[in-house]
Design a protein around this ligand. Structure first.
Ligand code: PEP
Ligand code: MG
Length: 757
């Protein structure tokens, strides 16, 4: 059974489209379980009905025509219960419904299992038999496993509109649009053309892309094949003396595959069909891989890896020979499975309208960058059919996390209206630029900007920020080929300190590790967020820390607006050691005759242990800055980049709210100022709570600044404290968010937390 299961799962994963996956399943399952019928029903939310989508055993004519209302029939019973229903004699069950056109009169045994994706029932998989007997435990678990595999394919098909298209062919279909859901990454709404980006040499991630110059594509493909042939011939002769003959034969097999008609011929066929060379190559290679993997012979099935490897080699040449600068659409929505900060940085700012990534969450660094650039971002859109949506019209709603691929005119019109309202709201907000962030009852909360991208200083300056509350120094480290030297760093820091003087600037010492890697300082760890990160690295490498500290202090000479912030402090000795190093850097500079002033020193409170030791830390520093991004991830044990658990990641979780409150109280008890510099500071709903707790300042991406200012200017400290009192009694994040959002709508500030005004 296990082997059959493996084969079916593989066949479903490799199926070209949903129709093919469904028909593979019904045929193979019927055969494997020796049943008389296997059918798949799909939930049609628009019609509130279950539709028969594929069957082996019932009348094939009934596909698309048998429809069961959501509250009728055994199929619906399975869907509402969201668990298997296993009956020996189905016609005797009170929910049984008989459909004459399906020809199911003779079947007694009934087993239905729900097809569930992320807690949502998408359809029902059913087997039926003539024998009036219940199905065995093994049959039930077998069918559940198949259904769980089918769920992913179905969710994908729903997201790409494929299911809608299938349903559309049916006369009962009513026009409705289902958006695809992701997580809100950066606020705003955008409509534009998708551009799918992918890591170089990742064959599976290559999207389909239409081409006009077919002959040029074929030529490029032939050239790549030729290059790979030369490469393999070279490797083969180089290794001829050292490899045993049977291993060397692998290269001959590669050459045979390259020369053979099937690989080239099929790829060229796909190109002639209008797909570009890389997409055509992906189609051919994946087809061949599937063919080999499906073979029962273990030797042949392992050859699938060789074919894939060959595909990668061809792709590498195709990409280098064919390298053309990417042509970004006028209104680009950047789409990808894993969008890196540098992919985002490559898009001309004037063309970038939005970002949609199938991985990551609100606090991934790509989302932080999108926010800094003021464009909406949707993260963790897991069901995004990335390879099939290049060059399509897309609407991205960064408030709700909804994405519409090729939306119909009605949706487009609605979003165009919302975008217009957004623009109005933004210009109204811009008018607040030079106004102070003071509540109606006179509490002033300075608002600082988070930055780190050099090109990012201008928006921060223009946003009316009272200074820089968090300068992430790792970004300039990340875009270089080696550690920047002291003078190079001095230039970078001097530019920011000078641009903002006399306003304060907080430079954070290097916080690499976790999801921020330096290309020239690789760290390989099983669990990088719990590993060698931030201050842990720089204390182990005092040479890096001292150079950075010296550069920072020198950059502040004559300006004296520098504060130094230490990331990832989890113990008191770490802070003590870091302070000794800072003192050393200072003493050295004084000895060298440089007229430096001692900067203020603060710690990030972003690890739970730091919350519990806030009193001990507060005694030793000049200020606290709460890093809610990491604090949330570490308190809730939810990886901030993992889309699978992203729904659990919420900075309004009561544990996080209480931890922040406790930190603020400790800071107050020790008379040091405390700020929040995590993404929570830019979340209008959370800002009210932070004011109620007595936060001294907030630091956020420049694009959130005027929104937050508006919230502050329209609220009173007294009201914020009342809200906080209520929230502190609540027991889950959703209740808290709901409560805060409803207060926002009541106060006429809904436009700050959703699309529109
Ligand atoms: C944080 O953790 O909240 C923070 C501001 O730092 P980063 O996002 O750079 O880890
Ligand atoms: Mg952090």
């Amino acid at each position: 059974m296990l082997e059959i299961l493996r084969q079916i799962v593989q066949a479903v994963n490799n199926a070209r489209n949903l129709d093919q996956a469904l028909s593979i399943i019904v045929t193979r399952v019927k055969e494997a379980m020796s049943v008389d019928v296997c059918s798949i029903y799909l939930c049609d939310e628009g019609q509130q009905q279950h539709v028969l989508m594929a069957t082996e055993g019932l009348n094939p004519e009934s596909v698309g025509n048998v429809r069961l209302d959501f509250d009728k029939g055994l199929v619906s019973l399975v869907a509402t219960r969201a668990e298997p229903v296993n009956l020996g004699n189905a016609p005797l069950h009170p929910r049984y419904e008989y459909f004459p056109q399906s020809g199911e009169e003779n079947f007694h045994g009934f087993l239905g299992v729900p097809i569930i994706h992320h807690r949502k029932v998408l359809g029902v998989l059913v087997v039926q038999s003539k024998t009036p007997e219940q199905f065995s435990e093994d049959s039930v678990t077998f069918l559940i496993t198949i259904a769980s595999q089918l769920a992913g394919a179905m969710a994908h098909a729903a997201a790409s509109g494929e299911i809608d298209r299938i349903l559309e062919q049916n006369e009962h279909y009513i026009d409705h649009v289902k958006p695809l859901s992701g997580l809100p990454g950066a606020p705003g709404v955008a409509m534009g053309t998708t551009l799918v980006v992918y890591p170089l040499a990742d064959l599976k991630a290559i999207p389909d892309r239409k081409v006009e110059h077919i002959e040029a594509e074929i030529e490029a493909f032939n050239l790549a094949i030729e290059r790979v042939r030369e490469e393999i011939t070279k490797i083969s002769s180089r290794l001829a003396d050292v490899l045993p003959a049977e291993d060397g034969a692998l290269f001959d097999a590669y050459l045979l595959m390259l020369d053979g008609e099937s690989l080239s011929g099929e790829t060229i066929g796909h190109i002639r069909g209008g797909n570009w060379a890389a997409g055509s190559l992906r189609q051919t290679i994946l087809d061949h891989v599937k063919l080999f993997k499906d073979m029962n012979d273990p030797y042949l099935s392992e050859r699938a890896d060789d074919i894939y490897d060959l595909g990668l080699r061809i792709l590498a040449y195709l990409q280098s020979e064919n390298f053309k600068p990417v042509e970004y659409p006028q209104e680009t929505i950047l789409v990808g499975e894993q969008i890196s900060a540098s992919m985002l940085a490559e898009v001309p700012v004037s063309k970038l309208k939005g970002v949609v990534s199938s991985s990551g969450s609100r606090t991934s660094h790509v989302a932080i960058l999108a926010r800094a650039l003021g464009v909406p971002a949707i993260m963790g859109a897991k069901d995004l059919p990335v390879s099939r949506i290049d060059g399509q019209l897309m609407i991205a709603d960064g408030y709700s996390g909804r994405v519409y691929v090729s939306p119909p005119p009605a949706v487009r019109l609605e979003y165009a209206r919302l975008a217009e309202e957004e623009a109005e709201l933004s210009s109204e907000l811009m008018a607040l630029r030079d106004q102070p962030a003071t509540t109606k009852d006179g509490v002033h909360i300075p608002l600082y900007a988070n930055t780190g991208l050099v090109s990012d200083i201008t928006p921060s300056l223009h946003s009316g920020a009272d200074g820089i509350g968090l300068y992430r120094t790792e970004f300039p480290f990340m875009v270089r080929q080696q550690f920047p030297g002291e003078d190079e760093q001095y230039q970078i820091y001097r530019e920011v300190l000078w641009a903002f003087a006399p306003r304060p600037v907080t430079l954070r010492t290097l916080d690499v590790g976790g999801d921020k890697a330096l290309p020239y300082f690789p760290i390989h760890e099983e669990n990088p967020f719990l590993g060698w990160r931030g201050i842990r690295i720089t204390l182990d490498h005092p040479e890096i820390f001292l150079v950075q500290a010296r550069a920072m202090m020198r950059a502040s000479v004559g300006l004296d607006n520098l504060s130094i912030l230490l990331p990832m402090i989890s113990t008191v000795p770490e802070l003590v050691e870091a302070k000794i190093l800072l003192q050393r850097a200072y003493d050295e500079l004084v000895e060298e005759g440089i007229n430096v002033n001692k900067p203020r020193t603060g710690v990030m409170i972003e690890v739970p242990s730091a919350v519990y030791q806030a009193d001990s830390l507060a005694k030793r520093v000049d200020f606290f800055s709460i890093g809610t991004n990491d604090l949330t991830q570490y308190l809730l044990a939810v990886d901030r980049n993992n889309a699978n658990v992203a729904e659990l990641y919420d900075s309004l979780h009561p544990a996080v709210v209480h931890a922040i409150y406790q930190t603020i109280k400790s800071a107050k008890a020790h008379h040091i100022p405390v700020s929040v510099c995590g993404e929570m500071a830019g979340d209008p709903a959370a800002v009210l709570l932070l004011i109620g707790m007595g936060i001294d300042s907030l630091s956020m991406s420049a694009s959130s600044l005027t929104r937050v200012k508006w919230v502050i200017r329209n609220s009173t400290n007294k009201h914020a404290q009342e809200l906080l009192d209520e929230v502190l009694k609540m027991e889950d994040a959703e209740t808290i968010r709901h409560y805060l959002n409803s207060r926002f709508e009541m106060a006429g500030m809904g436009g700050l937390i959703r699309a529109g005004k």
